[in-house]
Each structure stands twice: as C-alpha cells, then as structure tokens.
Design a binder for this molecule. Sequence first.
Ligand code: G1P
Ligand code: ZN
Length: 542
Amino acid sequence: MITIHTEPFEGQKPGTSGLRKKVKIFQQARYLENFVQAVFDSIGDFQGKTLVVGGDGRFFNDQAIQIILNMASANGFGHVLVGQHGILSTPAASCVIRKYEAFGGLILSASHNPAGPDEDFGIKYNMGNGGPAPEKITDTIYERTKSITSYQTTAQTHAINLAEIGTTNIGNMKVQVIDSVVDYAELMQSLFDFDAIRTLLAGDFRMCFDAMHAVTGPYAKVILQDMLGASEDSVMNATPLEDFGGGHPDPNLTYAKDLVAMMYGNNAPDFGAASDGDGDRNMILGNHFFVTPSDSLALLAANAETVPAYQGGIAGIARSMPTSGAADRVAQSLGLDCYETPTGWKFFGNLMDADKVTLCGEESFGTGSSHVREKDGLWAVLFWLNILAVRKQSVESIVSEHWQKFGRNYYSRHDYEGVNSDAAHQVLQNVRDQFETLIGSSLADRQVQQCDDFSYTDPIDQSVSQNQGVRVLFEDGSRIIFRLSGTGTQGATIRLYLESYESDSKKQGMDAQDALADLITAANDISQLTELTGMNNPTVIT
Ligand code: G1P
Ligand code: ZN
C-alpha cells in the first residue's frame, strides 16, 4: 500500500446521480483518485468486505476501473466483483450487489449523456441495498473531497485482464471478473412469465428493441433473443461502443430517432422499446403509438397481476413529484398507498426497503420495482411483453382502455438546455415571487389552488429535502412545475412539467401539446421564460 499526497479539487459534488463531469476533467491526475478516496472515507468499515465495480462501457471506463481496483485493495476491501470488459448496466450492478451481499458498489456511468474523449463520464456509489447512496452520505463524500490530503493505492502497475472471467489478486484483495449478464438474466426469469413471452414472440408479433449502442445490447441479446426466442432483427444498435456511436442514448422521441422512425413508418412492428446509456431508462412504443412514462407506470401497476412476481399484489406505488398523477388513480382503485417523492431514484430506496412500495416510476423514462434498487429499462420492457402476452391486445388498445377506466392525464415535459445559470434561477424566482397573487386567481381558465416549493419528509428516516421544484397546482388537478436539472454538465437546464386531467373518453384523443397549450402559455407568462432565456422553444419536448 502506498500513500499519495493530494490536494482538493473544486466542485466534486455528487448530483442526482453521482459525480458527472467531462472526461477531460476526470482525466486530470488525482481527480478520480480524490473522489474515490472520499467515497471510501465516507462509507464506514468495509475491511475485508466485497465491492462491486462496473460501468456502461463508455470511454474511460476501463482506465477508471483499473484505478479503482488498486485503490480498493490499498484501502482494505477483501473482494471485488467486476463485470466482464468492465460492463455492468446500472440495474445489473444493483442486482449483483444484492445477490452477493456486497458492502456496496461503484457504478461508472453518465447515463444517457454522450460519451467519448470530449464528452461525459460519471461515477456513483451504491449502498449494500443496491441503491444509490442517500444524501446524508453524498454530502459527507462532498465534504471529504474538500479537505482531502492523500489517497491510498498499490504499487501494482500491470492492468487486470477484464476480458476474461476468472479470479486474480491485487495484494490481499481478490478480483473476480464475472459474467455481466447471467445474474441479471436469472433475476428477470424469476420475475416474469418467460413461457408466455416466448409463445408471443414465436407467433406473428413483431418487436424491436433499440440498445442505442450502449450497455443494454448484450443483455437484450441474451434475454430477448437467446432465452425468449426473439428474431435476429429484434435488437438494433446492439454493440456497445465507447462513444455510443456518437449518439445521445436517451430513450425519448427526440433521441431514439431510428426506433421512432421505424415505429411510425410503414409496416411498423407491434412493439418498440429503447433503453439508455447505462440501461436504467426505458421508452415504450406501440405501432404508431407512444406511451408516456407516467402512463406506463400506471399501466404496469394496473396490470401487475399478469406478472408472476406481482401476482400476489403489490405493496404500494411511488412516483417522483413531477411525474403525472396517473399512477395515483390506479393506487386509489387498488386501495394502495401512493407516495410522491422528489426527483431522483434514491428517494424510493427507503420506501422499498420498508416494503411500503413495490413499483416506482419517474416521468423521465424511469420505471422499476423492488427487485433491485435502481430503475430498470429491460425490466420494464419485459413487464410490457408479459402484459402483451397475457392480454393479447395491441399497445394502443391497452392504453386506450386504461384511459377509459381511469381518465387520461395529459402530460409533457419541456426542457430548456444550456441556459445561463442566473437566468434559470430567475425563471423560478419569478414564479415564486407571485405565489401569493396566484393562489385563488384564475390562470389558463382554471383556479389556482396552491403554490409552493416542493418539500419532502422521508416517512422512514424523517430526513427533509427542500426546494425540489416550484409548483402551481390547480383545483382541477392540473399542474405547472418548474425545476432545475441536477444532472447536466454544461450551463443550467430548466425543466417545465405540464399536466392536465381529462375524464371524458371522447376528449382523450388529442395531441398532448394541443391539450396543454393554454397551460404552456400560462407557464411562460408567469415565469418570463422566453425573455430571460432568449429561447422561443424548448430544446427537447417529451
Ligand atoms: C434527471 C431526471 C430524473 C432522473 C435523473 C437520473 O434528473 O429528471 O428524473 O432521476 O435524471 O436519471 P435531472 O436532470 O432532472 O435532475
Ligand atoms: Zn441512465
């Protein structure tokens, strides 16, 4: 073990999903080392215990893993499980941490952010429950980065061969390279009705999964093709590339272009889906039909009994605050609790650990359950396939029937990316400044009922998270919400969330942007967003 002198770097503050910076920043001498040491200094006594390490395969993944392995050994871990070729999707990492009862894990990813030498890299620490470290721990890590004076590593200079499954040693620490897919695939098989899905895929039903040249390619090939018999052409962009093929692997209507073109083209398949850089997000499409993530969560909950793992019922549902209230209506009809948490998967962990909820979701294309402690892209795809196999209806007819029964929550998110940070803060402040005059007034032909900065008290550990979004809530259930992104790496991103509810089935067939037009105008009026940002339109609409 050797101790290397270091000095703090500014701004090593983990955001919603760990520390995310440009690769060039991570490549500076001692930068990654400082952060990793700060993590090791903040997580308690792990001497002799197991650490899981893996990432989404993006540029710098391999080098980062070699640095981490040496530091893990020098700091006293007894055993590291690392995915073959350094690959572990985020949900697979969570699965492996739980299955092998590891002390925790380091996941290397910047999710859907572009990859390559000039793009992004990221690292986050997950706890023994398989979920992202709570704010209490990430705050401690950040504090530690500000006072760090040295880190520990080994004198070992040769790299561990990550290409081959097997076990080696660094000092007293065992390094075990494991198959990246097997444990996760077994878990999926234990949850879903693979026989029913196999029968569906053997018939006329056609599907396409877009791995976007990111981490889910190998998982989709094994599970969908080898285990479930999907056709050769059912997985597109299946080879993970260091730069994700130059793309932006975020599964939404803007970035999953190839898939969207196919699903809205001639002779479209019955079912289309995509996942993001690290495999935790999902987008679901039918033939010429888009399922919003908020609706998807509600639908999975309403159809949970079709899935073997959830046949006995689910404990409850949780959604992030900006996610539409569609799931609340399902929870109510099932007599279940529905929790509203701040944005970020980490807020679901306590609820799942305490068995308060089984299904969780976010509007940002994240859905998951207590089978792991991360959102899970392929899990959502398999859940949908399971429902389709049992109900034998099209995606569109399943969603339409759902709306008829529960009403439709028209929903959209408008992102304004790369905004000047002062301007972004001012947009939110403008709305805040009008809270008192807005309450009780009429806006977009609706009565404003409540205005606030969303604050959350965790029902399990009572920890309080404040300023989680500026909300204008209407009497009819409509909502306008402004939030600043916590995951961007350049400038600020304003997220504007819009929602209105329609119970009349004859009025449920509108385009969401049209249905929300008056709320969009009102949101602009009260925030002065266009004037302050100089942007007439959002950069991304989902
Ligand atoms: C975004 C999403 C959020 C998600 C996070 C990590 O965070 O909005 O729902 O949990 O990415 O995938 P944001 O950039 O809004 O802070
Ligand atoms: Zn992701």
